[in-house]
Every structure is written in structure tokens, then in C-alpha cells.
Design a binder for this molecule. Structure first.
Ligand SMILES: Nc1ncnc2c1ncn2[C@@H]1O[C@H](COP(=O)(O)OP(=O)(O)OP(=O)(O)O)[C@@H](O)[C@H]1O
Ligand SMILES: [Mg+2]
Length: 259
């Protein structure tokens, strides 16, 4: 049997992928990048590059449990964030639990890859819903496979700090803004963030921006109430320490009482 020779087009894609690989190898965090950028992911990135959605890859912004976040330059030279979920090592069984009964993901493939691809779509659509409800989140741009492209919250490649990393000058104002976002998320978007804390809120131009919505669930998820209680607990704990008058019960009531 003779192997079919690659077509010109295939060859060009391969060369481009090699180019990407070289660029990636040149930079720091070689090992981590090697882990995330399998050939299929590189191809998907290359397709985004071809469409002008990614103009240049930048450095790594964060290396998390489930994936990495990169800085890049996108269309119209805007700064973008690229979140790439790791296929091999993500806890996809836990991810599956957060999609229980969600009609948006009723027909996904229940393989490791299928779940992670659905998770990426889920984060994209949750960000969309949140933005539509008036919650300040990174504007979602594109999602394909395990890659999510969104607005970069920060400047010149430096991400805005997390609430966890700053000393708030006006904690009261930030608290009220976050509460209004929790209300909008619940009442308008019908979502519970489900991992809300000082780790997943950035402070950008003195205002809070909510990030990391892969695990956010619709209100009819069997655990949505518990997740909301946990979010409320985290927020009250953080702001109480800063001297803001708040308590879990009143916050929970404020979020869930119809306006
Ligand atoms: N749109 C964005 N703009 C700028 N920085 C971002 C953006 N999204 C994520 N980051 C940075 O990457 C970090 C991790 O992102 P995120 O919380 O979405 O991922 P994660 O999977 O929870 O990772 P971790 O396990 O580290 O929490 C954030 O704390 C933030 O510093
Ligand atoms: Mg996070």
C-alpha cells in the first residue's frame, strides 16, 4: 500500500503549524505550552489566525488546573485573552456534573473530549448571557473545540489584578456593584456563577469584572441553590473583612426576590 502524498493545501497547513510550534517553543513555559498545544489545538489556532481573529500570540497569563490563559492580539489590534482547556488532564467528570439537566447541552458526546468541548461552549454562552443581562464580563469573541477567545481585561499584556490581590479604596461601591451583577445574573440571565469569589473577580479601571464562567449553571440545575449560597458566603466573607455591612441572609433575599 502506498501512502497518499499530502496535497499542497495540507502541506501548507503543516508548515504553518510548524511555524506556530517554533514560535511557541521559542518562548518561556515550553513544557506547559507543549502540553496544551496538541496538533488539533494548533490547527484550530491556525484557523483563527487565518480568519484574522488572532493576529499574534502573546505570553501566558495564567496556568490553571483545567487550562491556561494566554494574551494575544486580535482583530483591529485589540488585546484578547485565549483560554485553552487541557484535554488530557481536566476533571471532565466534575465538568459533567455542572451540565446536568442543562437543555443547552443535552446532546453532547460523553467522551472526555466531547465534555471539554461542551464546557468551552458553555463558558462562551454563559459569558454571552451574562453580558446581555448587563453584567460586566470579558466580552466573548469566539469558541471552538477547547479554545475560548474573549476580550482581554487589562492593558499591554498585563491582566487586571484579582480582588484577592488588591487593597480596595472603596469597598462599599465595589460591593454594591457586585451585588447588582449577582441580581442581574440570577434574575435576567437565570444563571448562578457557582465559583464566585475574590479569585474570579478582576478590578479593571476601578470597577469589578466577573470572569471564569465555565461552571456557571442555569437556575433549574439541581444544585443551583447550593451554588448560590456558596457564592453569597464567599462575597459576604470577603467584604465583611473590609468593614462593609452585609450578611448572607439579606444578600440571598436581595438576589432571589423578584424586582
Ligand atoms: N479575559 C481575561 N482577561 C485578562 N485576564 C484573564 C482573562 N480571563 C482570565 N484571565 C486571567 O487568567 C486567570 C485564570 O482564569 P480563569 O479564572 O478564567 O481560569 P481558571 O480555570 O479558573 O484557572 P484557575 O484554576 O487558575 O482559577 C485569571 O485569574 C486572570 O488572571
Ligand atoms: Mg478562576
Amino acid at each position: 500500500m502506498t501512502l497518499e502524498r499530502p496535497s499542497k493545501k495540507e502541506k501548507r497547513i503543516d508548515e504553518k503549524i510548524d511555524e506556530y510550534r517554533i514560535k511557541i517553543k521559542d518562548s518561556e513555559d515550553l513544557k506547559l505550552r507543549g502540553e496544551v498545544f496538541d496538533t488539533a489545538t494548533l490547527k484550530a489556532l491556525y484557523t483563527f489566525a487565518n480568519k484574522g481573529i488572532i493576529k499574534a500570540m502573546g505570553g501566558v497569563v495564567s496556568t490553571g488546573k483545567e487550562g491556561n490563559v494566554f494574551h494575544a492580539i486580535g482583530a483591529e489590534d485589540r488585546e484578547i485573552a485565549i483560554k485553552i482547556y487541557r484535554i488530557a488532564t481536566s476533571d471532565f467528570r466534575k465538568m459533567e456534573d455542572y451540565m446536568l439537566g442543562d437543555p443547552r447541552f443535552a446532546n453532547i458526546k460523553h467522551t472526555q473530549k466531547g465534555i471539554i468541548f461542551a464546557w468551552t461552549q458553555k463558558e462562551f454562552r454563559n459569558l454571552q448571557r451574562a453580558a446581555e443581562a448587563g453584567v460586566r464580563v470579558p466580552a466573548p469573541i469566539e469558541a471552538d473545540r477547547n479554545i475560548l477567545i474573549m476580550e482581554f481585561i487589562g492593558k499591554d499584556g498585563i491582566p487586571a489584578p484579582r480582588l484577592r490581590d488588591v487593597q480596595l479604596a472603596e469597598p462599599e461601591h465595589i460591593y454594591r456593584t457586585i451585588v447588582s451583577y449577582m441580581v442581574a445574573l440570577y434574575q435576567e440571565a437565570k444563571l448562578v456563577h457557582s465559583d464566585l469569589s475574590e479569585f474570579n473577580i478582576l478590578l479593571y479601571e476601578d470597577e469589578p469584572v466577573i470572569i471564569d464562567m465555565g461552571q456557571s449553571v442555569l437556575l433549574d440545575h439541581p444544585m443551583s441553590r447550593e451554588f448560590l449560597q456558596r457564592d453569597v458566603k464567599n462575597i459576604v466573607r470577603y467584604f465583611k473583612k473590609l468593614g462593609v455591612k452585609c450578611d448572607e441572609d439579606s444578600l440571598l433575599t436581595e438576589i432571589t426576590t423578584k424586582k
